[in-house]
Design a protein around this ligand. Structure first.
Ligand SMILES: Nc1nc2c(ncn2[C@@H]2O[C@H](COP(=O)(O)OP(=O)(O)O)[C@@H](O)[C@H]2O)c(=O)[nH]1
Ligand SMILES: [Mg+2]
Ligand SMILES: [Zn+2]
Length: 324
């Protein structure tokens, strides 16, 4: 058995990068992949697997090496975790200044994943060539104030592309974000040869069309930098966080919550002496970030209560992965 990295694939056909640099078309050896039990899909781009050669140019995957990190979403249909990108060192959440409109609440949801994983998280504002509205600039400033790393760029004009290249050099980074924000375009700007498919933004709905069907890992020509392009999604449900610890996932809430009168029992909603609510009122915490917190909290409690009642998570129609 030798080791390989999954570049892309679905169902039971995966492109695996072998240690000698060749790409092998692999199928799973058994019906269930060892190490991937309980997941909606067995393998994600970036996964490291043990495989053995079969007929010329093909192979069989025997097991999944434990993941160091994972970007996932809860698949409502399959009622299981869908693995999207694995073993990334950096998670880049791409967002756009316009077309589609800037969506801070989406960024907040994505940011909840690495906070539990310890993976650096970058908010990359793309399409700055279209102009950056005052309120978008203000929100980006607030993300920096809270402590998030941000970048501003344009895949079209090339602004910020070199800074991104330096930031991710020698690492594996996963690019996530809504359809049409320019994930594939940014990666193509990093390296012309990648040839990732780019979609048109549908002007009428100001939403991207869906061109990436599954996540794809590409190795840049330096041989050491790996980038994972992922399909876009419109909405991201948050799952797997205990409502009581959600506040700690928002750095600015975590910072002041120790001063809440109820201590750790405070959910920062309407409890007396809540330092978080005070901070929102004084402007120390952005009201939009607080709104994100309150919405995710309600969703987590709702799905938990619903699961208790009927034994399964509530289904959000709107929440389907657009490209899956
Ligand atoms: N004006 C402008 N358009 C961009 C930029 N980056 C991407 N686009 C356009 O946005 C659309 C969606 O890009 P794509 O890379 O497919 O987005 P993805 O769905 O996030 O991968 C395409 O029409 C791109 O040409 C940019 O920096 N500026
Ligand atoms: Mg794309
Ligand atoms: Zn509180």
């Amino acid at each position: 058995m030798s080791l390989g990295t999954v570049l892309s694939g679905a169902n039971n056909s995966f492109s695996v990068l072998a240690e000698d640099g060749s790409v092998v078309r692999c199928a799973l050896k058994g019906k269930k992949l060892k190490g991937a039990e309980g997941f909606y899909n067995p393998l994600a781009a970036g996964d490291v697997v043990e495989w053995e050669p079969a007929s010329a140019g093909t192979g069989m995957i025997g097991s999944l090496i434990p993941r160091k990190s994972l970007f996932w979403r809860f698949n409502e249909k399959g009622k299981a975790i869908q693995a999207i990108a694995a073993n990334m060192d950096v998670l880049v959440c791409v967002t756009s200044a316009a077309l589609p409109p800037f969506r801070p609440r989406f960024i907040d949801r994505v940011s909840l994943e690495p906070s539990s994983d310890g993976v650096p998280f970058i908010i990359a504002l793309n399409k700055t060539d279209l102009g950056v509205d005052e309120d978008v600039a203000e929100r980006m400033e607030d993300y920096r104030r809270v402590g998030f790393e941000t970048m501003e760029m344009s895949a079209d004009s090339g602004t910020g592309v070199e800074a991104l290249r330096e930031r991710i050099a020698g690492k594996t980074s996963a690019f996530v974000g809504q359809s049409g924000v320019g994930k594939s375009s940014i990666l193509n700007a990093l390296e012309a040869g990648l040839g990732l498919k780019v979609g048109e933004v549908c002007e009428k709905f100001e939403r991207g069309r869906h061109t990436t069907v599954a996540a794809i890992l590409s190795v840049l020509s330096d041989g050491a930098t790996r980038v994972i392009d992922t399909p876009g999604f419109r909405r991201l449900a948050v799952r797997g966080i205990d409502p009581a610890t959600l506040g700690a996932c928002f750095p600015e809430i975590k910072k002041v919550s120790a001063r809440c009168a109820l201590g750790a029992r405070c959910m920062h909603l309407d409890e007396p002496g809540c330092a978080v609510v005070d901070a929102v009122e004084s402007g120390a915490i952005h009201e939009d970030r607080y709104e994100s917190y309150a919405r995710v909290l309600a969703e987590l409690e709702d799905t938990r209560a619903y699961a208790k009642k009927v034994g399964k998570p509530r289904r959000y129609e709107e929440d389907e992965y657009e490209d899956a």
